[in-house]
Design a protein around this ligand. Structure first.
Ligand code: PHE
Length: 439
């Protein structure tokens, strides 16, 4: 229990925090979205820009969000209202809660596909398919609306079930077991993928940058992907930060979570591209990449039935640990600001999200719009406002005290301040406006 506000739920310790925050960060964004966005945006050059954004902007934004949450001890809306009373900074919280609705809506559709693939794996329905048949299966999964809605709602229900139990007994308990397992499976897949014949073309695509592919839009995609993947710019990290005890290091947490997240994204790329090239499949086939390419590898490997099943189970788990963080943003807001009991707040939030999710399942353009608006507009804008808030509005005494609340001097403090005051706001604003074609 936290000493200053004994009634607030919290994570029990370091491993719990990192598992929960990395659980939020690591998800469909790493394994499903990252490889296909990279595939559509030129491969290696995209990877380099992405890495630069994670380190230069992602980590400082994450530290900023953690410190806002922990010092305020509130949900994302309440936190800004408490730290800047009488000002309009709480609008960041409003945007964050809105983004949570949009993201979870399309996210649960993809998670629904993942659950469907667990079912297909159990029944061995993918065995023996040619690559073309694999594509047909995936198209079938998307076009059968009833099925899509069924799996999407099942996923939403599962998410609500965990969130309703609270932070330590719900979120932390599950993520602690599930995240290490995910790492193990992805490592096994890496070994299989890179030892396939013809794998090196895929490694080339991933690691050899071709800068002619870079346009302002690609740079915005990389920024949006970094924000999406790190779960920053919309309040998840502020909310989780509010559950972290004062004795924990915020800089260390942000760095570990960001590195884990980036590591898993790169490993997902190494699992997928060599296999895609080995099977002569285009790397830029969009959202189907993970649902088409990987089952092909499973068909080729000894024990493929088991690995395929494990992979989709784990992908579902990665999706759950992220979706619970999205739902938690809204539930923390409902319980603290609207004073709803936790269980009721959880079901109401999940109910509204389910309606939006069904819209996404039924209509590909709604799906695409929710994804674009949240990842490429709301998250970068949220991140921009967060760094401006921490760099220019919050008193530096408070910022420093919060970062050093664990009793250790933060040697990186000056660098951090320089980035959040100047580098990050300018970089985010330039990429953002340029990507939208406004400058
Ligand atoms: N980071 C998650 C993923 O990569 C998605 C997410 C985005 C979760 C924003 C929370 C907030 O899958």
């Amino acid at each position: 229990m936290q000493s200053n506000t004994p009634s607030r739920d919290s994570f029990s310790g370091k491993f719990g925090i990192i598992a929960a925050a990395a659980g939020s960060a690591i998800g469909l964004g790493n394994i499903w979205r990252f490889p296909y966005v990279l595939g559509e945006n030129g491969g290696g050059a995209f990877l380099l820009i992405y890495l630069a954004f994670v380190l230069l902007i992602g980590v400082p934004v994450m530290i900023s969000e953690l410190l806002i949450g922990r010092s305020a001890q509130k949900n994302v809306f309440g936190a800004f209202r408490k730290l800047a009373p009488g000002q309009h900074w709480y609008m960041i919280g409003v945007m964050g809660v809105g983004a949570a609705f949009l993201i979870l809506a399309f996210y649960s559709v993809v998670a629904g596909w993942t659950l469907h693939y667990v079912y297909l794996s159990i029944t061995n329905a993918l065995a023996g398919n040619t690559p073309d048949e694999m594509i047909a299966v995936f198209e079938g999964v998307q076009s059968s609306k009833g099925m899509s809605i069924f799996w999407t709602l099942l996923f939403m229900g599962g998410t609500a079930f965990i969130v309703r139990s609270g932070v330590e007994k719900g979120i932390e308990k599950y993520t602690k077991i599930l995240m290490p397992l995910l790492l193990l499976i992805i490592l096994i897949l890496n070994v299989r993928s890179v030892t396939l014949e013809g794998a090196s073309a895929g490694l080339d695509f991933l690691f050899n940058p071709d800068f002619s592919k870079i346009t302002p839009d690609v740079v915005l995609e990389a920024l949006g992907q970094a924000f999406f993947s790190l779960s920053i710019g919309m309040g998840v990290i502020v909310t989780y930060g509010s559950y972290i005890k004062k004795t924990e290091s915020l800089g260390g947490t942000a760095l570990s979570v960001s590195l884990a997240d980036t590591g898993i994204a790169v490993l997902a790329g190494v699992a997928i591209f060599p296999a895609a090239f080995a099977f002569d499949m285009a790397p830029n086939q969009g959202p189907g990449l993970v649902f088409v390419t990987l089952p092909n590898i499973f068909n080729q490997m000894a024990g493929g039935y088991l690995f395929g099943l494990m992979f989709f189970v784990l992908l579902s788990i990665a999706a759950f640990t992220s979706s619970i963080s999205l739902l938690e943003v809204v539930v923390a807001y409902f319980t603290e600001e609207l004073k709803l009991p936790r269980k009721k707040g959880t079901w109401i939030a999940a109910g509204i999200m389910s309606i939006l999710a069904v819209l996404c399942a039924l209509n590909g353009s709604v799906f695409g719009a929710f994804d674009y608006i949240s990842s490429n507009i709301l998250l970068p804008l949220g991140g921009l406002l967060v760094v401006v808030f921490v760099g220019w509005i919050l008193q530096s005494k408070l910022t420093r005290a919060e970062i050093e609340a664990d009793g250790k001097k933060a040697k990186y403090y000056r660098g951090f301040v320089f980035i959040v005051k100047f580098i990050a706001p300018i970089a985010i604003a330039l990429v953002f406006l340029n990507g939208l074609g406004w400058i």
